[in-house]
Write a protein that binds this ligand. Structure first.
Ligand code: TXA
Ligand code: MG
Length: 341
């Protein structure tokens, strides 16, 4: 199969919607990352998504809607905090997990009785959902385990020959996947995956927000977790990634000792001027880092990096999302540098 790049114009959208309606898989831009879109109500279509990605079948897909009316078609019951969070953050990078309606087959939900629902903000995603006339299941459009795609070219690199078409909606503005939340009770929102919608932002709209501790640690394959995605290797380029915590000067001294063929540093913009070793930068603020991280990891593979030492991002606000992706990309290989005393 040849994979066609479609412009998000009348003809491209028409073609993509037709593919979705006939049970095919289409690369879809969203404001977070590109997704592999399929009719969420069609188990055969959803199986093609799992096959194209090489994704374990027990890892559920997020279902994307374009209006609040569609929420009732995908959810059996809507937890109390959903209304307030939807008003504040939809359309946008927030996925909320709720009891699933029968219309969503077990293939989509990875066999769970719940479904993660998101209303994306990207106009091309919204238009594709509207024209398809069905809720759209879409995981990130990367090969399973690899960094998520933030351009149509990234999707093509991973999915060439595996899907019929990709809608090109430009570069994703967030660059990291949506915040995923579940509801412990009517009062408590639990963050299962941090993203651009932060704990602090949600606290302004709901009584209680907790961060699931599994966000910070390695989860073993047999362990029971709130979100199946936590179990799997994620976001990792082919190069070996090590996350390095410590001030800029110590980082530079550490890199001096690591110099060898294929060793690169991934540092902040502000560090770059005086940095004498092979490197790339990934922004300054947490928002810039979120936007650039996955693209940089892919570029590092392309230039032949074998080992990448990444300067530790901030861990608060949106930085928590950057940190969460990086500790997994690094397989929890973290070095702490401390000055000699
Ligand atoms: O920004 C995003 O969320 C992107 C775009 C395409 O919308 N999608 C995305 O999907 O990142 P994916 O499949 O790569 O990540 C979804 C995560 C997985 O870790 C999955 O385990 C979790 O959400 N998830 C989905 N449905 C769930 C459910 N019912 N219960 C628990 N976790 C769920
Ligand atoms: Mg993913």
């Amino acid at each position: 199969m040849e994979t066609e790049l479609l412009s998000p114009d009348e003809a491209g959208l028409q073609k993509a919607a037709e593919l979705i309606r006939t049970g095919q898989v289409v690369g879809m831009p969203t404001e977070t990352v590109y997704g592999l879109a399929a009719d969420a109500t069609n188990s055969g279509a959803v199986e093609k998504v799992f096959a194209a990605k090489g994704r374990p079948m027990d890892n559920p897909l997020i279902v994307h809607i374009s209006s609040m009316q569609e929420l009732g078609q995908v959810a059996r019951q809507v937890p109390e905090p959903v209304q307030a969070l939807a008003e504040a953050f939809w359309p946008g990078p927030l996925t909320m997990i709720m009891p699933k309606a029968d219309r969503i087959p077990p293939e989509t939900s990875g066999g769970l009785d719940t479904v993660g629902v998101r209303m994306p903000a990207h106009p091309v995603a919204q238009e594709l959902i509207r024209r398809s006339g069905v809720p759209i299941a879409a995981p990130s459009a990367n090969r399973s385990g690899y960094p998520s795609p933030t351009t149509a070219q990234h999707v093509l690199a991973d999915m060439q020959g595996r899907i019929p078409a990709i809608l090109d909606g430009g570069t994703c503005s967030c660059g990291l996947e949506s915040t995923v939340v579940a509801f412990d009770d009517d009062e408590t929102v639990r963050i299962l995956r941090p993203g651009f919608v932060t704990k602090e932002m949600m606290m302004e709209h709901v009584p209680r927000v907790v961060i699931d501790p599994a966000i910070f640690r390695e989860v073993s394959a047999g362990e029971r977790v709130a979100s199946p995605g936590m179990k799997y290797k994620h976001y990792a380029p082919n190069a070996a990634v090590t996350l390095v915590e410590g001030p800029a000067e110590l980082f530079r001294q550490f890199l001096a000792l690591q110099q060898a063929e294929g060793v690169y540093a991934l540092i902040f913009d502000a560090d770059a001027e005086q940095f004498p070793y092979p490197h790339m930068t990934y922004g300054g603020t947490s928002i810039e880092q979120g936007r650039q991280l996955f693209a940089r990891l892919r570029e590092l593979d392309q230039i032949g990096a074998k080992t990448v030492y990444v300067r530790m991002p901030q861990k608060d606000g949106v930085g928590l999302a950057v940190y969460n992706r990086l500790i997994r990309a690094a397989g929890f290989d973290i070095v702490h540098l401390a000055p000699r005393i």
